[in-house]
Design a protein around this ligand. Sequence first.
Ligand SMILES: Cc1cc2nc3c(=O)[nH]c(=O)nc-3n(C[C@H](O)[C@H](O)[C@H](O)COP(=O)(O)OP(=O)(O)OC[C@H]3O[C@@H](n4cnc5c(N)ncnc54)[C@H](O)[C@@H]3O)c2cc1C
Length: 289
Amino acid sequence: MRGFEIVRPTTIERAIELLESGDPGVRPFSGGTAIMQMMKTGMFVPERLVSLAGLSKEHSAISVDGEGGMKIGAMATLSTLERNDLVQTCFPVLARTMKRLANVRVRNVATVGGALSHGDPHMDLPPVLAALDAIAILRGPSGSREVPVADLYTGYYETVLEPGELVAEVVIPPSDGASAIYRKTTSRTADDWPMVGVAASLRLSGSRISSARVIVSAATAKLQRITAAEDVLTGQGPSREVFADAARVASAHSDVIDDAHGSSVYKSALVEIEVRRGLRDAFEGETAE
Ligand SMILES: Cc1cc2nc3c(=O)[nH]c(=O)nc-3n(C[C@H](O)[C@H](O)[C@H](O)COP(=O)(O)OP(=O)(O)OC[C@H]3O[C@@H](n4cnc5c(N)ncnc54)[C@H](O)[C@@H]3O)c2cc1C
């Protein structure tokens, strides 16, 4: 491997300056769990890594406002997400999802910012955050902007991040009584990468579903919010029939691809099953993931 430089700025402003050239050999580096794999396989040949590990503690803080909305600093580790009391209380689906994401060695160093920026459609965190209507706060040479996590991805390993732009923080609005789930289907061990990931959330108003989110990932080239399935659910009374209809629509609208985890035909069938079960779990408040 060719030699390269590692720099460790202590402010996000300096990190952005060091990255803004857009040189493809210069990249940010958080936990390093994904970027190291890319370096080992030669997919990424670094000239300079800009480590974000020297940023102040505010960039890994987790806080909740008076209404129950949450802010998560991009440098918070996935283990922190798993164990944090506020996360467990306000958005338990996040903590539960972490338990089957890779292994504790990875979770102890991998960060929320890295998990969101990597762009691999098999990541478990983005679909869950998308189902919670989370917003990524991006900071770059032109300032700050907000992008819904559901809109962060443009393709396979492709994101809307501009050169020099960093995920700085994630903001999750108050759950307002919504119940969210994530179902991960793997083709090998339970904590393997997902073959199909389904995240869903349901909010009821009286006896009707007032809002729904259905997100499919891993089976698709990028995370996909399936609004057609959400439309089937919204305004209806929750029932097995409605969930089955929404699941059929979700499968029909998912752009499922073939890959090493399975054929598109197989994964389309799984999407339908997992969406149906996920909606049932969200309604019954189960913790199937
Ligand atoms: C053995 C193994 C098993 C795994 N299994 C799973 C699994 O089952 N499910 C799953 O979801 N994931 C899995 N992963 C992937 C893991 O979740 C990611 O590697 C991790 O989340 C990336 O975070 P990081 O902080 O280490 O990112 P890094 O490796 O530091 O960076 C990843 C990418 O994001 C960029 N980047 C980093 N931070 C930022 C930022 N703040 N703003 C903008 N760009 C940034 C980097 O330049 C790089 O391109 C596995 C990884 C390993 C090694």
